[in-house]
Design a protein around this ligand. Structure first.
Ligand SMILES: Cc1ncc(COP(=O)(O)O)c(C=O)c1O
Length: 364
């Protein structure tokens, strides 16, 4: 594992911490892990949590101990951190494209006992095949298809069939199944049609893997789904609350910030800007601005510069004073954890541990 950066603080309680700092409420994290696993068990789904949300081996191990079948990661570097920490079963849900990725992917294949890659094109397949040859290990493949996100994913079942045939014809790779993100309403039809085509070739896509916290509690309605890849559920955020997947009381990640200026009656400024909260916006139906202020429900983080978050207090009953600390529920938890060296884990304000965010910055 990489050497941890110097520890952020010797504080025992969160009110003693310097700000801005990222807090995670362990009671809520544990409840979220248990709820997702109970849901997956109830519906016979394999849960494969996406670690891009927490980037922490300690939480990946908790998810596995609760019953997850393995983890999902986007990038090889992110997965490598987990593999070094003893995680054995990894799905990369991102197309691994680039000759420079072959050797790291081969190393990851050697560091895990089971590795799969989700992809939608032959260039990615070629690189996976080279990595498998270099590692002397089989790598499994999920063919990614489009079901509403219009990001990656083949558009038609015939394209999925052609890629499946290419996988089947190539040594070193094995067809595991089909995957999509998020789990759009067309996904089940796509899988049914593709499976029918594959059957004509004597091929089988055993796993049907779908992702996304916003609609995770409806995943079982997608006929044939066998694996749920959800990430944000471990912390939840303003977006997943807005989508109805969680309540404010389920949110485990908050940014603790200090009011550093209050130049006008309706304006205050906190020490968390885009370098802490990110500039991610959410569906306007879910809320405006860059985060909700827990202590002042009417306040909005309306604009950000790198280290400043400007609060609009015009629809707020109270007025935070300079020096006061507030907790912000960010729009999107995953990129927030990527921005700070540490997270502070607490129960009821008492700090249990402060950990380096091991896989932060692992963008390759
Ligand atoms: C391919 C893929 N699978 C699963 C997920 C998990 O989604 P969520 O964080 O909404 O649970 C993501 C999120 O970006 C993703 O890109």
């Amino acid at each position: 594992m990489p050497t941890p950066p110097p520890c952020a603080s010797n504080a025992r309680r969160v009110d003693e911490l310097d700000t801005p700092t990222v807090l995670i409420d362990l009671d809520r994290v544990e409840a979220n892990i248990a709820a997702a696993q109970a849901y997956a068990d109830q519906h016979g789904l394999a849960l494969r949590p996406h670690v891009k949300t927490h980037k922490l081996p300690v939480l990946a191990h908790r998810q596995l101990a609760a019953g997850a079948v393995g983890i999902t990661a986007q990038k090889v570097g992110e997965a490598m951190v987990m593999a070094h920490a003893g995680v054995e079963d990894v799905l990369l849900s991102y197309p691994i494209v680039g000759a420079a990725k072959v050797e790291p992917l081969a190393r990851l294949a050697r560091a895990t006992t089971r590795l799969a890659v989700m992809l939608d094109n032959r260039t990615a397949l070629e690189h996976v095949v080279r990595a498998a040859a270099e590692a002397g290990r089989a790598i499994e493949v999920l063919i990614e298809f489009e079901s509403g996100n219009r990001r990656t994913g083949v558009m038609e079942p015939v394209q999925a069939r052609a890629l499946a045939q290419a996988v089947d014809a190539t040594e070193g790779v094995r067809l595991r199944g089909l995957g999509t993100h998020p789990l759009g309403s067309s996904a089940a039809d796509f899988v049914r049609e593709t499976r029918a085509l594959l059957a004509q070739d004597g091929l089988e896509a055993t796993v049907f893997s779908g992702g996304g916290t916003p609609r995770m509690w409806h995943a079982h309605e997608s006929e044939g789904l066998s694996e749920l890849r959800a990430g944000t559920y471990v912390y939840h955020d303003r977006a997943t609350v807005g989508a109805g997947a969680a309540g404010l009381e389920d949110c485990a990640l908050h940014v603790l910030a200090t009011v550093v200026s209050a130049p006008e009656r309706d304006r205050a400024v906190i020490d968390a800007g885009s370098k802490t909260l990110t500039s991610d916006r959410i569906d306007p139906a879910f809320g405006a601005g860059f985060g909700a202020v827990l202590e002042y429900p009417g306040a909005l983080v309306t604009s950000l510069s790198e280290e400043h978050g400007v609060l609009d207090l015009s629809t707020c009953e109270g007025r935070p004073r300079v020096g006061e600390r507030v907790r912000i529920l960010p729009n999107h938890a995953c990129p927030v954890t990527n921005l700070d060296d540490h997270v502070v884990a607490h129960r009821g304000g008492r700090i249990e541990w402060i950990a380096p965010v091991w896989a932060r910055g692992a963008t390759r």
